[in-house]
Design a protein around this ligand. Structure first.
Ligand code: UD1
Ligand code: CA
Length: 522
């Protein structure tokens, strides 16, 4: 492949995006876990341009800060008051030239000639911040078509069923591209043209500079149209061509929230199909959502209703879902996550999570461990083989290996002002319905009885219990809750047992033997 690197890619992102009806600028709306302009930057980066420039205006600071965040090397160009895509490109080109000239002068260049030489020269790709389905491969194909034909300008087009709203490609009898006419300026005959302008171009820099200087605002919208450059370039003797996109849906721009959802669905289909081709089993692609930055290993399985977001990674043999949402979660080999929600968590190999688990940031579940039904965890490192099987909250804790946390145990990490940490050793058996009041350390191999409230450290190997002996106040319900269904039930039970006051015959015997024991001790 010859060197097709363009001198610059320019991303237009100055428009308001009014049809989104949003306080968020259009290009910052997200699909596939990335903003629309982020998708444009990723596609542009595939061309390895010498410079990337993003033209901004609407909500300028917010858009600029976002771009600096994801593409620190990108040049931000401000569009001035003059409206239109042509003006946007003019402003982008000026910023490019200014930067290049400044660099040349700083590098010791002197004289007008040297300064002019520093101006961008070669292929400039212009794309939009609102066409997220256009990827690097499509842009690359356009650049190659442009260079192969020796064009001064090449436009990406698409043949669509409903061309309304788009600029139409006007061709001569011989098929040559004569220019582009905007919907609002088009004749009825031109409106019938099904080939539309996708708004993505490759220009020769010098042609672009010369033609833009001639574009006026004498049109239905009073804007400087970038589209006018094509006819002007042709008039100046340049070759103007078009490449028809193989997939028209991929070049559609996002203008409102209906388009946003359509683009999200299309992008998701592309991502999900990509992973299936890499060996991932996806039972129901339509209800499985995978962000752009997620990675999955072959022979992992996704069940219906699974959403994998952020930088989530899924190792081989893992089974996720159904109905599971994981954001920035690392899932190890052979682990399973059923009907659960997790964020910023690590689930190591062979571990099981769910159903109905809530893994909050800082959860780390060791190999072959278990976080079971109706368990919430946060900032909790749970060691290999350790289990929190049922109905518990584990927050701000470190749990060793092979430990079992009994059902309905609560790690009390918050005293109303500060959070405190709990350390539980290895091979510990916490009984059911325990309350572990942090700060607390429970030593290796310790046990606790059911219903224990653990306020003080438990040494290794000790049994912690603090429940007072159970007391049964016989006959209490019939005396204190007379006439209730409970009292009636107790009365029936008493009758069946042949007693009067609700005391079971067994209880009467126990009482008698307890009395005898006490006597014996005296
Ligand atoms: C533009 C094209 C149209 C094409 C369509 C494809 C022109 C005159 N028309 O129309 O032929 O079919 O895109 O989607 O170019 N922008 C700026 N500054 C501005 C105006 C727009 O940066 O002053 C940016 C927008 O943020 C957006 C892109 O340029 O990213 C396209 O702008 P938009 O208003 O959507 O253009 P269309 O009217 O759709
Ligand atoms: Ca548009």
């Amino acid at each position: 492949m010859s060197d097709t690197r363009p001198v610059a890619v320019m991303i237009l992102a100055a428009g308001a995006g009014t049809r989104m009806k949003s306080s968020t600028p259009k290009v910052l709306h997200e699909i596939g876990g990335r903003s629309l302009v982020h998708h444009a930057l990723v596609a542009s980066a595939a061309l390895e341009p010498q410079r990337t420039v993003v033209v901004v205006r609407h909500d300028r600071d917010r858009v600029a800060a976002h771009i600096q965040d994801i593409a620190p090397d990108a040049l931000i160009a401000d569009q001035d008051d003059v409206p239109g895509t042509g003006r946007a490109v003019f402003c982008g080109l000026s910023a490019l030239d200014t930067t290049a000239i400044a660099a040349a002068v700083a590098g010791g260049a002197v004289g007008d000639h040297a300064v002019l030489d520093a101006q961008a020269d070669g292929a400039i790709v212009v794309t939009s911040g609102d066409v997220p389905l256009v990827d690097g491969a499509l842009l690359q194909a356009l650049v190659e078509a442009h260079q192969a034909a020796g064009n001064a300008a090449t436009v990406l087009t698409a043949e669509v069923a409903v061309p309304k709203g788009y600029g139409r490609i006007v061709r001569g009898d011989d098929g040559a591209v004569l220019g582009i006419v905007e919907e609002k300026d088009a004749s009825d005959a031109q409106r019938a043209i099904a080939e539309i302008n996708a708004g993505i171009y490759v220009f020769d820099a010098a042609t672009l500079r010369d033609s833009l200087a001639k574009v006026g605002q004498d049109n239905a919208q009073g804007e400087v149209y970038l589209t006018d450059v094509l006819a002007l370039a042709r008039e100046a003797g340049g070759r103007v061509g078009a490449m028809i996109a193989p997939d028209a849906a991929a070049v559609e721009g996002v203008n409102d929230r209906v388009h946003l959802a359509q683009a999200a669905t299309a992008m998701n289909r592309r991502i999900v199909e990509g992973w299936m081709r890499e060996g991932v089993t996806v039972q129901d692609p339509a209800t499985t959502w995978i962000d752009s930055d997620v990675t999955l290993a072959p022979d992992s399985t996704l069940l219906p209703g699974t959403q994998l977001k952020g930088a989530t990674t899924i190792a081989t043999g893992a089974v996720i879902g159904p109905d599971t949402t994981l954001t920035d979660v690392e899932v190890g080999e052979g682990a399973t996550v059923v009907r659960s929600h997790g964020t910023l968590a690590v689930i190591e190999a062979g571990a099981t999570v769910g159903p109905f688990s809530f893994l909050r940031p800082g959860t780390q579940l060791g190999a072959d461990g278990k976080i079971g039904a109706f368990v919430e965890t946060k900032n909790a490192k749970i060691g290999p083989g350790s289990k929190v099987p049922h109905l518990s909250y584990v927050g701000d804790a470190t749990v060793g290996e092979g430990t079992n946390i009994g059902a309905a145990t609560i790690f009390v990490n918050y005293d109303g002002v500060d959070k405190h940490h709990t350390n539980v050793g290895s091979h510990v058996r916490i009984g059911s319905d325990n309350t572990l009041i942090a700060p607390l350390t429970i030593g290796d191999g310790a046990y606790s009885g059911a219903g224990t409230t653990i306020r003080h450290d438990v040494p290794a190997g000790a049994l912690a219990i603090n429940s007072s002996p159970q007391q049964n106040v016989e006959g209490w319900v019939q005396r204190r809750r007379p006439g209730t269904p409970s009292a009636d039930a107790a009365a029936r039970a008493a009758e069946a047992n042949g007693t009067r006051d609700g005391l079971s015959s067994g209880a009467q015997e126990e009482r008698a033997s307890a009395a005898a024991d006490t006597k014996g001790e005296e």
